[in-house]
Design a protein around this ligand. Sequence first.
Ligand code: KG4
Ligand code: ZN
Length: 355
Amino acid sequence: MLILGIETSCDETGLALYETPERDSAMRHAPTGTLLAHAVHSQIAMHEAYGGVVPELASRDHIQRLVPLSRQVLEQAGRRIMDIGAIAYTEGPGLAGALLAGAAFARSLAQALGVPAIGIHHLEGHLLCPLLAARAPQFPFVALLVSGGHTQLMRVQQLGRYELLGETQDDAAGEAFDKTAQLLGLGYPGGPALSKLAESGQPGRYRLPRPMLDKGKNAGSLEFSFSGLKTAVLTLLKKASDTQNKVSHPDLARAFVDAVVDVLVAKCTLAIAQTGLTQLVVAGGVGANQQLRAALDAKAAASGFEVFYPAPELCTDNGAMIAFAAALRLQAGKTIPASEHAFSVRPRWDLSTLS
Ligand code: KG4
Ligand code: ZN
């Protein structure tokens, strides 16, 4: 079956076509389907001037991109619109208007074609995405979701069974990257630029706190807190400016990245130890970070667990993960029941309510 995947939860319009073999009901872990095409339009340039996502602009842009991107993936895959057998879309969580743009498009097209429309949880898309890679994990595994909006450790028992092990109490890791990058004048979203700047920084020149790790009480917990890090950077910059001292931005970027990476690696290692599982899956935009990948790989090799990542271009929001999650749910006969309305979105949606 040819599945069209649509992602519009925030500031990326993602479309993809994923094909599953007609007879594959025995599929349990490894996907045997094929990602035929995927395309993403990022709105970053449009929101940059505002220093963050403007929801109304995001919704309007999604509306404009959905048709051309659908045509683009069909063309890339060499398929016609009539070949589509199901349409998957991000039902939530995310920005209400942005979600509505995708849901309205998906449900209308599905109705016109006479095929099912399948609402997908955005975070489920992220955490199942590493299963698309050639080297894929098997259930059960621990998942670290690190994006602009989330920092969570989950126990993924099987499709639809997600147990929250710990999460951030304030800023998400990506949000901390973006806010710190802004303090250093690196634009929005500054995660990749900050990470790049850190590469030329000298380690150990500045020492930033390791929140929820340094303090004894929280050292054994799987909770995170990143808002203090950005404040520590701000305080350091202010102090230097007051005393007319120069701060090396690359060294400070390095100190920030090292602090975030230390915390993420330590908490992942703890989650692996506490659950007794041996596979860690990293998903979400910050999962593209090279320093994090290198540190996790080194820790995994030393501690005897395995780490799995999606392809770098599938770490950030995309339609492939939505089509793929729908493929797994269709094959398992576990699609999420549609609401009584023609279409619905869930701007807030707790992942642990899935089954
Ligand atoms: O998953 P994502 O595309 O969107 C959601 O938030 O759902 O993640 C975007 C976040 C942004 O905060 C961005 O700065 C961060 O991921 N990010 C990175 C890198 N690439 C993206 N942060 C650090 N290093 C990177 N290479
Ligand atoms: Zn995301």
